[in-house]
Design a protein around this ligand. Structure first.
Ligand code: F6P
Length: 327
């Protein structure tokens, strides 16, 4: 029987994601409901290493469920990647008697949690908080729905002006290693082409399709590119299309970090609340060193050791849908 926890720490790490605050709120309030002491750790693992940790009350998380960003702030902590950094972090947690951790972040943050929980006797539970949705073991991540809706709203606006001028727009969305925002927002806005890091971009094929559309006098085209596409971002794609198809009037729009901000959608608030609640239950029930995901609308637990090895796979069928619907 694993020993149960009495004092837990919660942190947000890596790129922020809308809904992280809702998750923090759920962890704090569920913890207090169960009689635990809850500590907020500032700026992700940096706060653990630098002892920037404070006691939280139910009121500490009042009025945050609707706010983007994260009240605990976040960072990508280099020191925590070193054994010395993790040792310092452990010492700080021990001093406060913290015996359980909830880590809200993406795959990099889970890697940190996995290493730490293998080295030290403090159980960790992860919550998938990333706009990228690139974590296997969950259908959704906290922040993805909001980010993708922000992208859709922006791309719809771009379509209006593209249509007015008969222009080709190349729109770059976030995703250094993952194409989910591009894929979902591209399908939802009727993009002609979607270029993502998970698939090799055949630029000749893109040009061939556009040339064929030019012959049909279809000049309004939207191409959605994930920033980490293997061919390059929107600027690279625009450069080559302009050279090869001089008749096309090409414009680029890089949506950037607006996709990470803003008030979380209802869906993100809901999954964040459910996952935050579940994370505390996991710590109490001795289901340790897992991350809490959601599969088919039910909570799903994946050992951190497995989570860091896998990536969510892009559906072949979705790629086919893009092709068929854009013709
Ligand atoms: O949080 C994930 C993410 O938004 C990626 O989509 C993006 O490539 C990266 O973070 C950008 O990170 P930063 O804000 O550090 O430039």
């Amino acid at each position: 029987m694993k020993k149960t926890v009495t004092k837990i720490g919660v942190l947000t790490s890596g790129g922020d994601a809308p809904g992280m605050n809702a998750a923090v709120r759920a962890v704090v309030r569920t913890g207090i409901y169960h009689g635990l002491e809850v500590f907020g750790i500032m700026r992700g693992y940096t706060g653990m290493v630098e002892n920037d940790i404070f006691k939280m009350e139910g009121r500490s998380v009042a009025n945050i469920i609707q706010r983007g960003g994260t009240i605990l702030k976040t960072s990508r902590c280099k020191e925590f990647l070193t054994p010395e950094g993790r040792k310092k972090a452990y010492g700080n947690l021990k001093k406060l008697g913290i015996d359980g951790l909830v880590i809200i972040g993406g795959d990099g943050s889970f890697r940190g949690a996995q290493t730490f929980s293998n080295e030290y006797d403090i159980p960790c539970v992860g919550l998938p908080g990333t706009i990228d949705k690139d974590i296997a073991g969950t259908d959704f991540t906290i922040g993805f729905d909001t980010a993708v809706n922000t992208a859709v709203e922006a791309i719809d606006k771009i379509r209006d002006t593209a249509d007015a001028h008969d222009r080709l727009f190349i729109i770059e969305v976030m995703g250094r290693d993952a194409g989910y925002i591009a894929l979902h927002s591209g399908i939802a806005t009727g993009a002609e082409n979607i270029l993502i890091p998970e698939r090799k971009t055949d630029i000749e094929e893109v040009i061939k399709q556009l040339a064929e559309k030019e012959r049909r006098h279809k000049l309004v085209n939207l191409i959605v590119v994930a920033e980490g596409d293997d061919f390059g971002g929107a600027d690279e794609v625009a450069k080559i299309i302009t050279q090869r198809l001089p008749m096309q009037e090409v414009r680029v729009c890089i949506l950037g970090h607006i996709q990470r901000g803003g008030s979380p959608s209802c869906f993100d608030r809901l999954i964040a609340s459910r996952m935050g609640y579940s994370a505390v239950e996991c710590l109490l029930e001795g289901r340790h060193n897992v991350f809490v995901g959601m599969v088919n609308n039910r909570m799903h637990y994946t050992p951190l050791n497995e989570a860091v090895k896998k990536k969510q796979r892009i559906s072949e069928e979705w790629m086919k849908i893009v092709k068929i619907l854009a013709s």
